[in-house]
Design a protein around this ligand. Sequence first.
Ligand code: MV4
Length: 494
Amino acid sequence: MKIKKILVANRGEIAIRVFKTAKKLGIKTVAVYSTADRNAPHVQMADEAVCIGEPPSNQSYLLGDKIIKVAQELGVDAIHPGYGFLSENANFSQKVDDASLIFIGPKPFAIKTMGSKLAAKEAVKKYKIPMVPGIDKAVLDPKEAIEIAKEIGFPILIKASAGGGGKGMRIVEKESELKSQMERAISEATSAFGDGSVFIEKYIESPRHIEIQILADSHGNVVHLFERECSIQRRHQKVVEEAPSAILTEAIRTKMGEAAVNVAKSCNYLGAGTVEFLMDAQMNFYFLEMNTRLQVEHPVTEWITGLDLVEEQIKIAQGEALSFSQSDLQIKGHAIELRVYAEDSLNDFMPSIGTLSTYKPPSGKNIRVDDGFKEGMEIPIYYDPMLSKLITYGKTRDEAIVKMIEAIDNYQVEGIETTLAFGKYVCQHAAFQSGQFDTHFVKDYYTPEVIHKHYNKEAEIAAKIALKMYIEERHLLKIPKHKSRAAIKNLFHK
Ligand code: MV4
């Protein structure tokens, strides 16, 4: 069935991203919005828009039933959930199905299976997927936990089955800490997820986070679109992502790709998904979890493969077979994404609220900016503080890095603090440039002082330029020379 009208159950840059492809394909678009987003670009861009509630997301963007009702009333064929909000909610996917609408994403079974770490481990068992040494069932008895931990060796990691994104994880260094840490993990998981199941894994101390993009259609075809390197993160919030990874060999890439395809097959996956792996210093990789949605960082994969992932999602959702096979795919060039957050990198990355008094993103060849704001807008406090995604491309990794630094320099934002300078610091860092880094990059190398230094350097340059102009043009002021000289001296003694 050809999709003729899509509703996006989301906001900001990802709603706009989906609308762009819908328009390209001649598909009508419907936006939903909260009262905080009344004048947002995603609302203006859609053919139709419906207000669904108050700013807090549980009173608007999370109201699945209400969104489905809007879709039915407006004759919508399909709902795209974007990322976050309802995108990994198996219940919502089921309800969309039940309402005879198309959910642009996987079936409830796949979302449910991959939403539980233990169910995911169970599902992939019939394939030979490399897994972190550990136990694949819930542990309740501390005595049993100690036996398991001794077998795999400390340090170990206690994880919540229902957790994700680092929530509910506890590192245990030695036996004497295990019992109390486990009790805390169980009670934390119970209150946070309503599911106290925890399990134990060997703790991989300095891993890289590498993920594989996959596509699966409804005809049994599954391909992978290579990897994204996502190790540069801060408190489980990704900061810089790139494709391909600077360190993968062709042989490992093929092995990881095959493993990812098998993970997708293990849950009858449909659509675009991402399989996350940890990689240790010896380049061993381990399956971590699967994200059953289009991810924030999908643009880097689009750039190196030449595919439009939203277009592929839509075609798959309307029952088409993939128009290419694995052997048709190859990596071309290198792409890097910087997530620009409305956060103050000098003040512990506190959300920076205010009005975008100046907002001029860079543009040009090999630069892509996915954003959802316009100059003059206020950044709502209710949602994710991501301002935009700045993506650059080059034939080589070095070219993409140079392009990124140039693009950051040409990005003008005033009125709020952003992580642009922080991103520049990362891109200029020797460890990043060499490709030798792991998930501890930010913790290991970043302190606010390095950004202070950067700002001071810029202030110094600005002051020197101002001084030079002043010296050149002071005759216009008709101040006696000896007096202005004294004034300059004074300036430097303050
Ligand atoms: C791990 C790990 C080390 N060893 N598992 C963090 C989020 C969740 N997806 C799994 N995570 C980790 N699991 C074992 N056995 C380290 C992390 C981890 C991490 C993973 C990817 C990216 C950033 C991270 C930051 C801290 C910890």
